[in-house]
Design a protein around this ligand. Structure first.
Ligand SMILES: CC(C)(COP(=O)(O)OP(=O)(O)OC[C@H]1O[C@@H](n2cnc3c(N)ncnc32)[C@H](O)[C@@H]1OP(=O)(O)O)[C@@H](O)C(=O)NCCC(=O)NCCS
Length: 172
């Protein structure tokens, strides 16, 4: 996850990002603004215990981060009406779009939600304001994340951000 520049978020605000994708159970996966109705459910999103060396124990940490500045924008990952994950996006100084804060609740993993969420956000960011690069980063030891991002068209750029590989969307 890379720090990014402040940008007015109003220009990008959308209540729902919906690419029409479903998980493997046929649930409709959407990305929704964090609001008064869903913020508690987003805050409670928790990875598996063995994933806590990669991500915070609760998505609440990401919500605090995104509330503290305009750098990142948190979104609720929803499967039908259930909040099942968190994802966030931001804009860097070079106008590249970044995806971060990807975590699917432990009980909801391996159902195709993560794939649908990253695909939806990447597609949405790729069409904002003239096709700026869409990037993310992951730890080289995070095999599930590496497989997911690679299969969606993210290729390592050769750059590192802290101890994470930077990858850029190369095709849809
Ligand atoms: C990485 C993560 C977001 C994937 O979400 P998910 O909903 O479980 O993923 P999906 O079910 O959509 O699977 C998508 C792909 O991820 C990969 N994947 C998921 N679980 C995996 C596992 N246990 N082992 C290896 N690959 C795995 C596979 O490539 C899978 O491809 P498939 O759709 O062909 O099966 C989820 O495991 C998670 O929240 N992990 C903890 C937080 C984290 O590591 N975030 C990424 C930080 S960069």
């Amino acid at each position: 996850m890379k720090p990014v520049a402040d940008r007015p978020r109003a220009a990008y605000a959308r209540p729902v990002i919906d690419s029409g994708l479903c998980d493997r159970a046929g649930r409709h996966v959407t990305l929704r603004a964090v609001d008064d109705a869903n913020w508690r459910a987003v805050a409670d999103i928790a990875p598996r215990d063995d994933q806590r060396d990669r991500v915070p124990a609760l998505a609440a940490r990401y919500l605090v981060l995104t509330m503290r500045s305009d750098v990142w924008t948190s979104l609720a990952v929803c499967a039908d009406e259930a909040v099942v994950g968190h994802i966030m996006w931001g804009v860097d100084d070079d106008a590249s779009r970044w995806i971060g804060g990807m975590v699917i609740d432990a009980a909801e993993q391996d159902r195709g939600v993560g794939r649908a969420a990253v695909r939806s956000l990447a597609d949405w960011l790729a069409i904002q304001d003239g096709g700026h690069p869409v990037r993310l980063s992951y730890h080289p030891d995070n095999a599930p994340a590496a497989r997911l991002y690679t299969s969606l068209g993210f290729a390592p750029t050769g750059a590192m951000e802290d101890d994470e590989l930077v990858a850029e969307l190369t095709h849809g």
